[in-house]
Design a protein around this ligand. Sequence first.
Ligand code: SF4
Length: 505
Amino acid sequence: MDYIREKAPPVREDRLKACSAYGGSCCSLVDKGRKGCLNGIDRKFAQTQICQLNLSLAIINTIRDIVVIVHGPIGCAGGSLAQAGVNKNFKQLRDSTSRGLLWVNTNLGENEVINGGENNLREAILYADKEFRPSAIVIVNSCVPAIIGDDVDSVVEQAQKEVEAKIVPVHCEGFKTKIAATAYDAVYHGILRSLITTEPAQVQDTRDEFEILQEKYRASRTINVLNVSSMSRIDEYELVRLLKALDLNLNILPCYAHPEDFQKATESALNVSICATHDDYFSEHLKTLFNIPFILRTIPIGVKYTNRWLLDIAKFFDIEKQAQQFIDQEVKLLEEGLAPFREIFKGKRALIGGGEIRVIANAELLTYLGFEVVGLRAYHYDQFGDEMLDEQAAIEQATFNVATGQPFEQANLIAKLKPDLFVGHVGGNVWAAKQGIPCAPLFHQSQLFLGYAGIYEFARRVARILKNPSFNRSLGANSQLPYFDNWYKKDAFSYIDEGDLQIRA
Ligand code: SF4
């Protein structure tokens, strides 16, 4: 893969033929995906969806020693400022001298829509450099300048001659795609083009031979762990614990990294992703540009996939025996810890909503814990889900809904499937909560989900929620969603082309 000469990456609808609308069974989804029949399925009616600029900022806002310039109207991505406190705290956990979020908006109004916003952008770059002296200035481009035709890259090229900071344009205009995960490609594209040089450094190495050999050995045992925004700080600790047990060194990026860390990443032996949805673009490019192999196959959630994640890494370093011994010890301890919860989970019905790979891994985890998984909702679907979904016989007839947002479909599904538990992202859980369903977060910045410790913590949280669901039951009894009764009598997928498959209730 090599899109680096392009100013912007392709959208995922084109690059991966990703699907944003589907309703049917898991096995039929895999089957249609493999036949290439998913790309292009659409809705006749749709509610709001995720803007990729906002998702881009979920990564960019965490990078240390940068100024973020939002090139757009003042409201663009304002919601992500709610995370500013978390961003600052977690940056300072990585480096106590880090500053909080530095954010400038070019404030495009009617005047700029007519006359162009390039002057505002140039002014913002010069101001950010002079005022804050950051290592990098990251510009996120919104819909308005893209529609009026601002030439962001020319402004950057000119301004770069006048400022010290490296300028990183990120083309993440919300209107360009329905697959919000395109944001990951947009951010990595900016990083690859502006923070990583492909030219070998012409610096004289003054170290002695022993030091050079030591450094080479360290690099040969170093892996880049890619921690795009859905890995909490505590998740990081757990993955560090697992990988240190295999005597490996880690570079963790892009979240909470410094701009200079990205160049160092090109010296590592291996790139390890926690989720292909996040990282295939970056990993593939580092393979093309620097010949660094990568592991993208799974996510370390649940016993099966944590084992697989570790064994894939161990295989690369030829330490599978050591890894297997470690895994056996961890799983034995975990089984003992989970024993008291199993009776609470037995036979309970669960519906899961969130990112493609994460919901499939959570389905495996919930099945392992004793739940019956009756449905999954993913923001989008592409080839990376096939292997994991295809191998889970327990959910092959479960309902799969591909939907970015679309809470009306979720409300209908919940009314029909009647789950005992909804596992989803914090913003989406509210709809299920208002239908009286106990909810557990699929991810939260302050909680642990990954690795063996993550399985235990997740089970502990879910057991507590299920033991006393009275809050959600009362909420459901006293609130109403804004849909007419006859919507619940219709097929949940009535507005999806080809959405005629029956839901297994
Ligand atoms: S969709 Fe466009 S206008 Fe709306 S927040 Fe995203 S970038 Fe801004």
